[in-house]
Design a binder for this molecule. Structure first.
Ligand code: HEC
Ligand code: HEC
Length: 171
């Protein structure tokens, strides 16, 4: 892609302790987040933006989000109660601090202070850290618009695939 991404280890060294929790992540890790079986998450939560993988936020973040869907970032994203409960179960089960979380997800969870309940993946320390090398100008490109538009650069984001090798940055 014409850009040489800094080696993770060097990044961690420069970031010091803040990076310590990701220091052991293998650079060629495939970064695949599990997605729930069935189409409910995609159909209910993928209409306005990327279908974010549950493993990108801790369970308490999803609980809060799903209790406030009537005012979801200024939009009404409410769903019928049975649908809400089904979504909540999947999001909690597969959350960054859920029972099946892998090392990467546990690092995401660990990057969120215990007292915080972030509603934005893009505001977590993990997100900022992993995208530290992405030039500011990229985020503002027309085809991207916002860091929350994962699928603009991670073409298989809706299937939970975020691997570095698949990244394509639109011009
Ligand atoms: C009616 C449209 C709509 C629907 C449906 C919707 N969202 Fe959103 N969502 C938004 C908007 C608008 C934002 C804010 C985007 C921004 O500011 O970049 C957002 C942001 C988010 C973010 C934060 C992204 C970031 O910045 O890291 C998450 C997480 C999220 N939505 C999850 C969900 C989930 C889970 C569902 C299904 C229960 C859902 N959304 C359904 C419109 C929607
Ligand atoms: C402007 C394009 C762009 C957008 C938008 C973007 N990313 Fe990325 N992402 C990248 C690049 C480039 C890398 C590789 C970073 C590196 O290796 O230094 C990356 C790396 C990652 C990785 C680590 C992959 C690995 O193999 O270790 C994850 C996880 C990730 N992004 C998640 C997200 C999520 C979640 C979103 C949306 C909320 C998002 N990204 C939005 C460009 C983007």
């Amino acid at each position: 892609m014409g850009v040489t991404w800094k080696n993770l280890a060097i990044l961690c060294a420069t970031l010091g302790l803040a990076g310590a929790w990701i220091a052991n992540a293998p650079a060629d890790d495939e970064a695949v987040f599990p997605m729930p079986r069935g189409k409910t998450l995609v159909s209910e939560c993928g209409g306005c933006h990327t279908t974010y993988a549950p493993g990108l936020l801790p369970a308490r973040s999803w609980r809060r989000m799903l209790s406030e869907l009537g005012n979801h970032f200024g939009e009404d994203a409410s769903v019928q109660e049975p649908v809400r409960l089904a979504l909540l179960k999947d999001l909690e089960d597969m959350a960054a601090d859920g029972a099946f979380a892998d090392l990467r997800m546990r690092r995401i969870a660990a990057s969120v202070p215990a007292a915080a309940t972030p509603q934005r993946i893009t505001e977590t320390a993990y997100f900022r850290y992993i995208h530290d090398e992405v030039p500011r100008e990229f985020w503002q490109r027309k085809a991207i618009g916002t860091p929350a538009n994962c699928i603009a650069c991670h073409p298989r984001a809706n299937e939970g695939h975020y691997g570095e090798r698949e990244v394509r940055i639109p011009k």
